[in-house]
Design a protein around this ligand. Structure first.
Ligand SMILES: [Ca+2]
Ligand SMILES: [Ca+2]
Ligand SMILES: [Ca+2]
Ligand SMILES: [Ca+2]
Length: 475
């Protein structure tokens, strides 16, 4: 559902942009017009579309600085590009948002960086399956370098690599990755040293993972160099919003500690922040040394999140607020009662995590996911595509927000009525106006209450940052 909304909104942008030109776009089909996909790409000009008929295409393709839409007629299950171990399957660089790759299975790649996809610039990759690729040094499935591409609705599974810079599934410096599943990928260290870190994702500070499932990835230390292996699911920096991080493993061996089974922050890359995530059943392991730690998370910041069932512990070196942590964790708004999760990480009736988050921790709807033309509201959907903001009107709300309070975790327990919450609407009346300005001025200074509604930028003090947000979002 979320994928469809995103794909439509990206399409709308493309149609507008292409419509501004004078050239009439052609559609070129493979294999009818050209026997190979690369042949069609070489023949295409900016604005063209390339359609690919179901089949397996034994080739590698390069889409360099060309604004074309490459798509399959029948989806990724039946349309496969297989590089047969001869390099990166897809290389795409120097492109804008008008370069799109849609509905392909990308497999059989083998290279140093990005065995499946090597991506930079601002291209959009939609509804692809990236599987069975090897990227020795970084990014087994995908390597995302300079620029800020968008990856939507993709499955990145059963890739391996990353012995030098990490990322068995994805190595990413800066990108928006939405509605993707990153599962069963594997990073490892060789005897040539390296970090072996980020079984699923190795992320830089510009990375946004929104509504993704990072499940069953492994970072494994296999070499002779002592050290540690970190981040079975995610290693690095950036933002994880509405994500499930489950059953990942940071796997050490004698003398090598696994750290951060689910996620681990890499301080040299920046801060790693998890908002409304579920971190469950991950493991940090080693053999005999007993130094494995941070089964759920190591070194990150967690807000509105649920951390449960990780081993050997839940958290290490972590700052957490408004989160539910097994065994307890110091921080404002944290709780320790059983979150009552089902097998997929959804809250069940009676969960103490319902209405227990902090609204101002939720990011703004900058992608306009609900297509209402407003980006000055808080993110409207949860991981299921259900409304993010609603509340049980009868019960007391343990969290912070008006008129309704966000839950902890990636999924919102559904009540009526649903609300849209505007950024900086301090009093929750559906407008950003004088009453909100006055509320900010009245609360000026340090937040001395657990729930400080005037602190709309969630900085733990009420100051010019909050004042500016009110003025910038004035309705
Ligand atoms: Ca709620
Ligand atoms: Ca919106
Ligand atoms: Ca208001
Ligand atoms: Ca503030």
């Amino acid at each position: 559902m979320l994928l469809n909304k995103l794909a439509r909104s990206v399409t709308a942008v493309c149609v507008l942009a292409i419509g501004a030109g004078v050239a009439v776009a052609d559609t070129i089909c493979v294999p009818d017009d050209y026997p190979t996909i690369q042949g069609a790409i070489d023949a295409a000009v900016d604005g063209d579309e390339i359609c690919v008929t179901p089949g397996t295409y034994p080739e590698r393709i390069a889409l360099i600085g060309k604004e074309v839409r490459l798509y399959s007629l029948d989806g990724p299950a039946t349309t496969i590009i297989d590089a047969g171990g001869s390099g990166s399957v897809v290389t795409c660089s120097g492109a804008t948002e008008r370069t799109r790759i849609e509905g392909l299975t990308i497999t059989g790649g083998q290279s140093s960086y990005g065995g499946g996809v090597r991506l930079s610039g601002r291209a959009v990759v939609i509804d692809c399956i990236v599987t069975g690729n090897l990227g020795h040094d970084a990014g087994g499935g995908m390597h995302i370098g300079a620029g800020h591409p968008t990856v939507i609705g993709c499955v990145i599974t059963a890739n391996e690599g990353g012995s030098l810079q990490g990322g068995g599934g994805v190595y990413c410096e800066s990108a928006t990755i939405v509605d993707c599943t990153i599962s069963g990928n594997h990073s490892y260290e060789t005897e040539q040293a390296g970090s072996a870190s980020g079984g699923g994702v190795r992320s830089g500070d510009g990375t946004w993972l929104v509504g993704c499932r990072v499940i069953g990835n492994v970072a494994h230390h296999a070499g002779l160099v002592a050290g540690s292996v970190a981040g079975g699911g995610v290693f690095g920096a950036g933002w994880l919003v509405n994500c499930v991080i489950a059953e990942n493993v940071a796997e050490g061996e004698p003398g090598v500690a696994g750290i951060g089974g689910g996620v681990a922050e890499f301080v040299f890359a920046g801060e790693l922040r998890l908002i409304n995530c579920v971190v469950i059943d991950n493991r940090a392991e080693d053999e005999m040394s007993g130094e494995a730690r941070g089964g759920g998370a190591y070194g990150a910041t967690l807000i509105n999140s649920v951390v449960w069932g990780n081993a050997p512990d839940q958290l290490d070196e972590v700052e957490a607020v408004y989160s539910c942590v097994q065994g307890g964790w110091p921080g404002i708004g944290n709780i320790t009662a059983d979150p009552r999760l089902d097998d997929n990480g959804r809250l069940q009736a009676g969960s103490p995590c319902i209405d227990a988050g902090h609204n101002w921790a939720a990011p703004a709807d900058t992608l306009d996911l609900d297509e209402d033309g407003r980006t000055n509201e808080l993110i409207p959907f949860d991981l299921d595509g259900n409304p993010r903001f609603n509340a049980d009107e009868i019960d007391f709300d343990p969290g912070c927000g008006v008129p309704v309070v966000v839950d902890m975790g990636a999924f919102e327990y559904q009540f009526d009525p649903v609300e849209e919450i505007l950024v900086a609407d301090v009093d929750g009346d559906g407008m950003v106006a004088f009453t909100d300005l006055l509320a900010v001025l009245a609360a000026w200074g340090d937040c001395d209450a657990d729930c400080c509604l005037a602190d709309v930028d969630f900085s733990w003090e009420v100051d010019f940052g909050d004042l500016l947000l009110v003025l910038a979002n004035w309705t």
